[in-house]
Design a protein around this ligand. Structure first.
Ligand SMILES: NC(=O)c1ccc[n+]([C@@H]2O[C@H](COP(=O)([O-])OP(=O)(O)OC[C@H]3O[C@@H](n4cnc5c(N)ncnc54)[C@H](OP(=O)(O)O)[C@@H]3O)[C@@H](O)[C@H]2O)c1
Length: 243
């Protein structure tokens, strides 16, 4: 019997940590990202630029064509891929960049979640969606309007879908997870932002200098354990630093 995880951005950073963790524990792992890494033999990798939102549904249909619902006990969609976006005050953001980040961080997870729920409607196994959100959903940072507002949107999506699904027979369960400050390319990008574009940059340089970043492996291990011990409750917005 199969346990399946579909994860966006399972080729790098936190997503790779999660992919490794679930694979190690016997899950079939499917990753969606722009680039492929041939060394990740254990992942089935699909190339899809999530900013091109009209291609997402077909990618999911293609992925699902290789599944057998009668042989599956667990299926989880992890909306993990994310983009920090252009870091600058709003009047300095170009419409094309606004579109790009909102597409990757918010429209894509909405489409992926919609498609996932549609395609698993008649599946009787355990069905979950994990949204990798951020403390930025509730803490406004100057120059992060795209990132903060897209993460706030993800949390509201979690709340709405949890209500829609909670009374259904075999509905899906959905949570938002704040992973903390994780040592990935995204944090490198944050630290490399010029101070004139991002007033709080020194704070992030200091987190790094003082060894306060979490490793993707440790964060992934924590999320996995919360999952398998049944601690992730439908509709929950969870900061893993508080558990
Ligand atoms: N790092 C942190 O401190 C931190 C804190 C809070 C929340 N988070 C959240 O954690 C999640 C993972 O972030 P990370 O730190 O691991 O970032 P990362 O190292 O920059 O990785 C981003 C991942 O997303 C994929 N991705 C980016 N743009 C994409 C696109 N247009 N289409 C398809 N895939 C795309 C990338 O793959 P490709 O480049 O191959 O497309 C990569 O796998 C994000 O949602 C982020 O907001 C991170």
């Amino acid at each position: 019997m199969k346990k399946i995880v579909i994860i966006t951005g399972g080729n790098k950073g936190l997503g790779l940590g999660l992919a490794n963790e679930y694979h190690k524990n016997g899950y079939r792992v499917i990753s969606i990202s722009r680039t492929k890494n041939d060394k990740l033999y254990f992942e089935e990798q699909y190339q899809c630029d999530l900013s091109k939102t009209d291609t997402i549904e077909n990618t999911m249909i293609e992925i699902f064509s290789h599944f057998d619902k009668n042989n599956t006990t667990h299926i989880t969609l992890i909306n993990n891929a994310g983009d920090l976006g252009t870091v600058n005050t709003i009047e300095n953001l170009a419409p094309i960049n606004i579109n790009y980040t909102i597409n990757v961080n918010l429209t894509a997870p909405l489409i992926l979640s919609s498609t996932f729920i549609k395609l698993t409607k008649n599946w009787n196994c355990k069905k979950q969606i994990f949204n990798i959100s951020s403390g930025a959903a509730i803490n406004p940072y100057e120059s992060w309007s795209l990132y903060c507002s897209s993460k706030a949107g993800i949390d509201m999506m979690t709340k709405v879908i949890s209500k829609e699904q909670k009374d259904l027979k075999n509905g899906i369960s959905i949570v938002s997870i704040y992973p903390g400050i994780v040592d990935t390319d995204m944090q490198t990008k944050v630290r490399n932002t010029p101070k004139e574009n991002f007033k709080s940059v020194q704070r992030f340089i200091d987190f790094h200098k003082h060894g306060e970043l979490l490793s993707p492996k440790d964060v992934a291990n924590k999320i996995y354990h919360l999952d398998v011990t049944g601690e992730l409750k439908n509709g929950q917005i969870l900061d893993i630093r508080n558990v």
